[in-house]
Write a protein that binds this ligand. Structure first.
Ligand code: HEC
Length: 249
């Protein structure tokens, strides 16, 4: 409900602002990179929220866990503050705003879809881990958004799910940029391509990842998948965004 209220308030605010719409082709590369980073920060806040909620989700003693879309937005806003040191605000930039709202809606729709699993009493581990949340929300978001598209991906030799496979451009960014010895871990990569503006942020393994992606190599993680034997700080994959160009009539 809260989400719907937020959306309608925002649409109203937009209408009242006199339809002051700017066109994406007018954004500089720096502006597009800032928009992508801002969106990535918000998504990371959702991702961390689901990670921190794993104990609650997998608690067999509770039925209804209360994890509605609105509740997730609340959690994510807290994590966003933790992550960025800033309070989350809906953007005055209409293209970023639509990405923020579509992400809220996509999360809401996935939480609704997964509620029967999440709220199942008597069942412990439910398989609704962070990576599954990420894949589902990324797909839902990308089908909702007219211009934005995002996914988590990994180089082919590290890939777990074919659904997250890197395309040619992403594979080249892995091999020619992120895997080069002199690549700075905190640097993102962006380029204007035929598909539009593309932006990629490398993701590295931290200690919390290694229970599933670490060693011993070849053993199985809690999901039953084979562990890759990754080490702290190893490249895990990337957060990949496409912001497509405005179609000229
Ligand atoms: C509970 C086990 C678990 C933990 C903990 C975990 N992952 Fe994963 N990860 C998975 C599974 C399972 C998949 C495949 C999901 C799917 O089917 O889309 C995956 C997929 C991924 C992908 C997408 C590419 C691919 O291989 O399909 C990336 C990137 C990734 N993980 C990075 C991380 C990072 C970074 C962390 C720590 C912050 C982490 N993972 C923690 C189990 C885990």
């Amino acid at each position: 409900m809260n989400i719907i209220k937020t959306v309608s308030t925002t649409i109203l605010a937009l209408l009242l602002s006199g339809g002051n719409v700017s066109y994406a082709n007018e954004y500089s590369s720096e502006q597009k990179a800032a928009m992508a980073k801002e969106f990535a920060d918000l998504f990371m806040a959702f991702k961390v929220s689901i990670f921190k909620l794993q104990g609650h989700i997998n608690n067999p003693d509770i039925g209804d866990k209360g994890l509605t879309g609105a509740k997730m937005v609340e959690h994510a806003k807290r994590e966003y503050r933790e992550l960025t040191g800033r309070d989350f605000v809906l953007s005055s930039n209409p293209d970023l705003l639509s990405a923020q709202l579509d992400l809220f809606q996509a999360t809401n729709s996935i939480m609704q879809k997964m509620a029967p699993v999440i709220n199942r009493k008597g069942l412990g581990f439910k398989g609704f881990i962070t990576a599954i949340f990420v894949r589902m929300v990324a797909k839902e978001f990308s089908s909702r958004s007219s211009r934005w598209n995002f996914k988590f991906t990994a180089p082919n030799d590290l890939l777990r799910s074919q659904a997250n496979a890197a395309d040619n451009w992403e594979s080249l960014v892995f091999s020619d940029k992120f895997r080069q010895a002199n690549w700075q871990a905190e640097d993102n990569y962006s380029e204007h391509t035929a598909a539009g503006y593309r932006w990629m942020m490398p993701i590295y393994h931290t200690s919390v990842c290694l229970s599933c992606h670490g060693g011993p190599k070849g053993s199985r993680d809690i999901t039953g998948a084979i562990k890759e034997g990754a080490k702290l700080g190893d490249l895990a994959g990337a957060f990949s965004i496409i912001f497509s160009d405005l179609k000229t009539p």
